[in-house]
Design a protein around this ligand. Structure first.
Ligand code: DGL
Length: 264
């Protein structure tokens, strides 16, 4: 087998697995390194300067150690804060995850869209710029969730989390109709942790909406940059790294995100 490609996927925690899952489906032949910067979790509670100071050297170390062919920043908070400095510093191609405002606005018939992200993501100038450039005729409601990423991590680890706690975080996304406009009909999942809770979000929504997850578009972008699946089969187990140094004890839960392979 010639030239196996290494794809490094990084998030603040386990949310980036929802992006990894789609990338692995598109490129099962690649070797994967998944990095959870859990020593700095949650990113949504840090300001932009702190995230830049943390991520630029961390990614430099990861490039030196793993020589990836491409890096997926599978975290909206990280992408809207540090994608530009990363691209300016390193020559490896980066694929970011940024709020999917354009497709959400295109999908909305009521022209009322909500963006559900971390408090940091909804505050960032990058996100404001996406709204200015891509909201077209839509009114966009920004909803910064303080604890939803942590709740998603707990749920993946098998801890019970209450409907009331989830609903408290998502309720502001649902803007009811008035005489002047229709109700919200599309919600952007602007944090990669939230698709981990998708079934709960659908069940708790006061009315049906389109939940917009950018992961399939990110996988398509990876294929654009690296080329399609080579059909080569290899035995390298995917590698999973927690920056806190802890080891994971979730092999069965995590394997489906890695295309059925158990991460080492
Ligand atoms: N997964 C991250 C995102 O997409 C956020 C979680 C956190 O606050 O660390 O924004």
């Amino acid at each position: 087998m010639a030239g196996i490609q290494t794809i490094l996927v990084i998030d603040s925690g386990l949310g980036g697995l929802t992006v990894l899952r789609e990338v692995v489906k598109a490129r099962p032949d690649a070797r994967y390194v998944y990095v959870a910067d859990d020593a700095f979790f949650p990113y949504g509670h840090h300001d932009e300067d702190e995230i830049v100071a943390r991520v630029v050297p961390l990614v430099g170390d990861l490039i030196a150690r793993h020589a990836p062919d491409l890096i997926v920043i599978a975290c909206n908070t990280m992408s809207v804060s540090v994608l530009a400095p990363l691209r300016a510093t390193y020559s490896v191609p980066f694929v970011g995850t940024v709020p999917a405002i354009k497709p959400a606005c295109a999908a909305s018939t009521t022209k009322r869209v909500s963006v559900l992200g971390t408090r940091a993501t909804v505050k960032r100038e990058y996100t404001q710029g996406l709204i200015r450039d891509h909201a077209q005729a839509c009114t966009v409601t920004l909803v910064g969730a303080a604890n939803l990423a942590s709740l998603a991590e707990d749920a993946l680890r098998g801890k019970p989390i209450s409907d009331a706690d989830i609903f408290g975080e998502i309720a502001p996304c649902f803007v009811p109709a008035t005489e002047a406009h229709g109700r919200t009909d599309a919600v952007v999942l602007a944090c990669t942790h939230y698709p981990l809770l998708l079934n709960r979000l659908i069940a708790l929504a006061p009315w049906p909406v389109a939940w917009i997850d950018p992961a399939p578009a990110i996988a398509r972008r990876v294929v654009d940059l690296l080329g399609p699946d080579s059909n080569d089969v290899h035995d390298y187990p995917p590698e999973m790294i927690f920056t806190s140094g802890r080891t994971h004890a979730l092999a069965d839960v995590l394997a489906p995100f890695f295309g059925g392979r158990v991460p080492a």
